[in-house]
Design a protein around this ligand. Sequence first.
Ligand code: Z5A
Ligand code: MG
Length: 216
Amino acid sequence: SQAQPTRRGALIVVEGLDRAGKSSQCEMLRDSLWQKGSPVKYIRFPDRTTPIGKLIDSYLRGSSHQDDHSIHLLFSANRWEVAKSIEDEIASGTTVIVDRYSYSGVVYSAAKANPTLSLEWAWQPEIGLPRPDICLFLSISPEEAAKRGGFGVERYENEPMQTRVRQLFSTVFERQEDVSIIDAGRSITEVALQIQATVSDCIEHMDATAPLRKLE
Ligand code: Z5A
Ligand code: MG
């Protein structure tokens, strides 16, 4: 009998504003795919455990200062250091769920309104990273987000920054293909069911014999 061509896994990115419920939904999606028997892995950015991640963590907590361009490149390097392992997992048939990715990367940096740090500048180091098969954008109003607890203590958790981030996310996702906007202001279960349906549809329709694409 003839061997079946290997079906690769899907690369699923979950993006969204503060408190949109990304991490909660990533965990639920991982569990639901696992229960259906699909090999699945959940990773998040920033990955604060690596040496680069530790620099990022200290910056976000406000214990160290970094030039805007420099911290931007560290966030990107933090993705590049695991890019190969993501590609390997996907090629071997594992679906990888990613909590924040290049889109957060460009949006938070460009939101600083530094005159030499445009969205276009910020996108350059992302070119060549694994490209998601689908990006789920969890959309939530500032009012709904506030009900989930006030701002935390980290660097970007303040009103002016979050307002600019909100605007920039819409600019970025208007240009992007393979984006699905999810109303994340509903109950955890309602949001989870919509995400599961969207992801099943994507996995069913993608060409799983073609290799993973790259960001361009
Ligand atoms: N950043 C960057 O600048 N550049 C980059 O390249 C990257 C990131 C990758 C840290 O990120 C910062 O790094 C972030 C962007 C920047 N700065 N900000 N702001 P992070 O991912 O580590 O941030 P976080 O600490 O995980 O927080 P979060 O992402 O804002 O939260 P979330 O994952 O979206 O939400 P959650 O933890 O799942 O839920 C929040 C709470 O709401 C929790 O109590 C839940 O139980 C509750 N919740 C969740 N869903 C619901 C629903 N549906 N109803 C009611 N309550 C809910
Ligand atoms: Mg989170």
